[in-house]
Design a binder for this molecule. Structure first.
Ligand code: GTP
Ligand code: MG
Length: 452
């Protein structure tokens, strides 16, 4: 395999920059660009050791720094690796990378070091994805989950599920293939009860995805209501600055305005929409259609009402629209303008909170109500949360296969159920990389930065 090199630190000025070289020729290439001050060649330096010296190219010495050697298999990639730490200047860093390339290294692709760690069996696919999560984390919870999963917490849970399924498959096939041997037939009833336990375990794990998504990608949260209830003011108060235009003219907001914010541990892709009403204005009508569509696409609806007035027909129409979109269970009704005195309405559905965008009432109540809907709930361990959509898709396919196995047991023989069990094992293998296709693996690593 090629020996590859890349700058592993962000582009720009800094105290230190790191160039990573990984592959069979890593130590040889490092010794062509680095001279240890001690005079002892890198070949004679033990693994996991840092050495001070000078960096040079064909024009001579251009910087001092440190090289750290990690020899295979005890390195991040599982290959011989040299990490060259030079001063964090843009020119100096480029010169050092170019010197490494001139000495025989190839440019590393995005995520290539982590991909090599996966290929060399140092980490599973979900551990690799968790490394990406550590880099991308925008809040403490996402970081905590990613760290635990980078150490193998999710892989361990998946392996346990997979092992339980493998035991069932092996028992079924052994009994069918070698009927004369004294092998224990686990029997249809026992197989059923074991499969049901596995199915419930997978379902519980899949349910954590809602929280996993909320701490990573964010919840698609839409603010809706009739004109002038204070939707744009709510957006501005939650973001903390005047992002959307606010006036006392009904119909101010026309287009959807979206901002990403964090409320508690949860991230929201928060959209302010045009107030919904009958309108002859062409532009406003387009905006109103977008608002209606946004309700359909939302994962969380914040329905804003003027809490200082009784509900009117326009408010009821918003509630009907939410109901028609099937979003009652993920709607929070915000009684805004509570600073003007509250007229508590009786709402047909939705959790209700008292709010005032003008004087800042209700943020805590909103956070805790959203926490009830999207919080971690009874997740047994942060390391066992399904964050990525790819992992979730593989897990739901495994769940479907286990359900099929249960159905097969009712109508067919055990060997048909055995095939479904094998399918479930394959899906779990895909989740963790054991049976993931090259295309899936490549796709995952293209989302990484160069140098990781
Ligand atoms: N007293 C009080 N006034 C508010 C509050 N929130 C908004 N307002 C006022 O209500 C008016 C309408 O506010 P907007 O935020 O533009 O309302 P909107 O729902 O976005 O309106 P459209 O974009 O037209 O649909 C403005 O004059 C705001 O200052 C509040 O909590 N209390
Ligand atoms: Mg508005």
């Amino acid at each position: 395999m090629r020996t590859v090199a890349a700058i592993s630190t962000p582009y720009g000025k800094g105290g230190v920059a790191v160039i990573r070289i990984s592959g069979e020729a890593a130590v040889r290439i490092a010794s062509k660009v680095f001279m240890p001050k001690s005079g002892i060649g890198l070949d004679d330096i033990p693994s996991n050791t840092a050495v001070y010296g000078s960096f040079f190219d064909s024009d001579g010495i251009f910087d001092d720094g440190i090289v750290t050697l990690f020899r295979a298999p005890k390195s991040y990639t599982g290959e011989d690796t040299a990490e060259l730490s030079c001063h964090g200047g843009i020119l100096v860093t480029k010169k050092l990378l170019c010197a490494a390339i001139a000495a025989g290294a190839d440019y590393a692709e995005a995520g290539e070091f982590t991909k090599r760690a996966f290929i060399n069996g140092k980490i599973t696919l979900s551990q690799a994805e968790a490394v990406g999560g550590i880099i991308d984390a925008k809040n403490e919870k996402h970081l905590a989950v990613s760290l635990l999963q980078s150490k193998g917490a999710l892989s361990a849970r998946i392996k346990k599920l997979s092992d339980s399924l493998a035991y069932l498959a092996a028992s079924v096939y052994a009994y069918i293939d070698y009927p004369d041997e004294d092998l224990r037939d686990i029997g249809t009833e026992e197989m059923k009860s074991r499969l049901m336990a596995i199915r419930d375990d997978i379902t519980r794990l899949a349910q954590t995805h809602r929280y996993g998504q909320a701490i990573s990608e964010g919840i698609n949260t839409v603010i809706v209501g009739k004109p002038n209830t204070g939707k744009s003011s709510v957006l501005n108060s939650l973001i903390g600055y005047d992002r959307a235009i606010v006036t006392d003219i009904a119909g101010t907001t026309r287009d959807i305005v979206t901002e990403q914010i964090r409320l508690g541990d949860l991230i929201h892709n928060l959209s302010d929409t045009a107030g919904i009403r009958e309108s002859d204005d062409v532009i406003e009508s387009i905006g109103i259609n977008k608002s209606r569509q946004a309700i359909g696409d939302a994962e969380l609806v914040l329905a804003v009402f003027d809490g200082s007035k009784p509900l009117d027909d326009y408010d009821m129409e918003i509630l009907n629209q939410i109901r028609r979109s099937g979003k009652e269970s993920c709607t929070i009704c915000m009684l805004n303008k509570s600073d003007l005195g509250l007229v508590v309405p009786s709402l047909p559905f939705g959790r209700q909170i008292v709010f005032s965008a003008a004087v800042g009432i209700g943020r805590d109540a909103l956070e805790s109500t959203i926490g009830d809907l999207f919080g971690e709930g009874d997740v047994s361990s942060l390391g066992e949360i399904i964050v990525g959509a790819r992992q979730y898709a593989a897990l739901t396919r495994a769940e479907a296969a286990v359900k099929n196995a249960l159905t097969s047991l009712d109508g067919f023989t055990q060997d048909i159920a055995g095939m479904d069990v094998e399918e479930a094992i394959a899906c779990l293998g895909e989740l963790d990389g054991r049976t993931a296709s090259e295309q899936v693996v490549n796709e995952i690593f293209t989302h990484f930065c160069v140098g990781k």
